[in-house]
Structure formats: C-alpha cells, structure tokens
Design a protein around this ligand. Structure first.
Ligand code: NCD
Length: 298
C-alpha cells in the first residue's frame, strides 16, 4: 500500500515516470475503465476548488466514483469524533482517501490509521504533493526543469505549495530565488535541508532586479487563514504584484505560475500574456491526478 503524504515520498525517477504517464494520459492514451468499481473518498476540511474538483474529475475519467465530506461541520468530527476514528471508518468505505486538513501532519496521521492509500491534498502549512507534481508537469511543458532559474514569490512561510515545490526542485539542477515579505521566509529547517542537498537558494528584495534572468515565476497568495491575527496579515498584504510592465523586462520564454486562488498578486492584465500559464497549470491537475490515482489504486 502506497501513501502520498509528502513530495519527499518520490525520488526524481519516480517523479519523472509519473509525469511521463500524465503526459500519455493528456494525449488520451489511457484506459477509461482502469479504476472501474473503485471508490475514492474525498475528505476536505478546508476550502478547495481546483484540488477537489480535479481529483473528482480524475477518478470519474478512470471509471471510478467518489464519496465526499465537504467540511468538518458536515461530518461527525463536529460531534467530537477524532480524525483517527474518522479515517478508520472511511477506509472501510473506499479504496483510497484524499484528505485536506488545516493541521500540519494530519495526512500522515491519517495514513497511520488507514487501511487504504492516503493522498495528502494539503495539510495546513505543511505539504501539497499533488500540486507540486502538476507544477513540475507545467514547467516541463515549456522547458526542461534542469538548468532553470525559478523565483518563488510570496508567502514562503505558510505556503505549502512553495514548501513542496522547493523540495522537489532540489532533485533537479535548479537555482532557487526567493522573494517574500519580511517574516514570511521559507522555514529554516526546510531551507537547511535544501542547502544540504546542494541547492543554491538566493534571497532577493526586488523582482525588478532579477526579472530578466528568470525562467519561472512561481507566485503565491499570502495565506491569510494561517496568520495569528488580521493586523499581521494586513502588514504584509499587497507587498508584490506581477504586472505587464514588470514582464516587459522578462525573457521571452519566462512562464508565470500560480497554484491559485490569486488575490492581488497577479494583475489580471497578465492573463492575456503568453507568459501566463496558471490556468493551463490548473487544468494539468486532472491528468497528473489521474496518474497519481492509478499509481496508488490499481
Ligand atoms: C493552494 C493550497 O490550497 O495550498 N491551492 C491549491 O490547492 N491550488 C494554494 C493556496 O490556497 O494559496
């Protein structure tokens, strides 16, 4: 039984194989009955549009079905049931569980109590491995990952997509550039781990200085829901914005990615630019998650 809890569960070969498989699925080369009769339980205890719907779409396209719980209030956790008990019960109803939870470590805990594979769809400020796989897939559609300069922009402290992506990129020959409001730097333990793997991480104060050298801008939302109070959020909000004027100084083949939802980090005028890949990125969630489901459910 294979769980997918952290992007660290994959080595580079395993990532590349999964992305190759997603590429075949994208070209419609897959068995639409591959997961017929299988049930995916979708337990989302935090808001979601893309992750949830693309997992549900992925299982449906493979001939399976899903059962779901939409919030803690809507299930017995509201009556005081522990996550461990919920998982013990749900593993008897489904062949795999996708879980999103506000607490870091919740997916790992779920895996301990589950008798079926668990996929982490975001655990608090922890990890978001399926997002990272589709992020890498999207980069690969435009350029080889090796040799790129990638700028991670925004909330690097609480942003789980940034954590998972930075870890995955350390498996490739990538120079990582970071830009974030003071106090929202990558967690020190993560930065140390990446440095130990030999990753070059360069912190910058201004995007303008580096825009001409970047291949990928990975922009993230300030994770308002993880701030201790609204004053500390408003101190850092609107600290950066990607605009057509900024992109005028970029390489022709620079791509702008964002896990979405965006708030005000990317000017909507950027949407029409050939650099903007974030909507394609969100669509890539389906083939990538189909490949993930086939890996753990077949
Ligand atoms: C991200 C998340 O939930 O971490 N969203 C997503 O899954 N695409 C990013 C975010 O909420 O900012």
């Amino acid at each position: 039984m294979q769980h997918i809890i952290s992007i660290g569960d994959f080595d580079r070969d395993a990532i590349d194989r999964l992305l190759d498989h997603a590429g075949q699925i994208d070209k419609k080369q897959f068995d639409a009955h591959a997961l017929e009769g299988k049930i995916l339980a979708v337990l989302f205890f935090e808001p979601s549009t893309r992750t949830r719907l693309s997992f549900e779409s992925a299982i449906a396209r493979l001939g399976g079905t899903s059962v779901s719980v939409g919030s803690m209030e809507a299930c017995s956790m509201a009556k005081g049931e522990t996550l461990a008990d919920t998982i013990r019960v749900v593993s008897g109803y489904a062949d795999a569980i996708v879980i999103r939870h506000p607490r870091e470590g919740a997916a790992r805990l779920a895996a301990e109590f589950s008798t079926v594979p668990v996929i982490n769809a975001g655990d608090g400020a922890g990890q978001h491995p399926s997002q990272t796989l589709l992020d890498l897939y999207t980069i690969r559609q435009s350029m080889p990952i090796d040799g790129t300069d990638v700028a991670l922009i925004g909330d690097l402290r609480y942003g789980r997509t940034a954590h998972s992506l930075a870890s995955a990129l350390s498996l490739y020959d990538v120079r990582l550039h970071t830009l974030c409001p003071t106090g929202l730097e990558l967690p020190a333990t993560l930065a140390e781990r990446l440095a130990e793997k030999g990753m070059e991480i360069i912190a910058h104060d201004s995007i303008d200085e580096i825009i001409g050298d970047m291949d990928v801008l990975y922009v993230t939302r300030i994770q308002r829901e993880r701030f201790p109070d609204s004053a500390s959020y408003f101190n850092v909000t609107s600290s950066y914005r990607i605009s057509p004027e900024l992109l005028a100084g970029a390489k022709d083949n620079l791509i702008v990615l964002h896990p979405l939802p965006r708030v005000d980090e990317i000017d909507p005028r950027v949407d029409a630019s050939p650099h903007a890949k974030y909507f394609e990125q969100s669509h890539n969630g389906v083939p990538v998650r189909m490949a993930m489901l086939m890996q753990v459910m077949q």
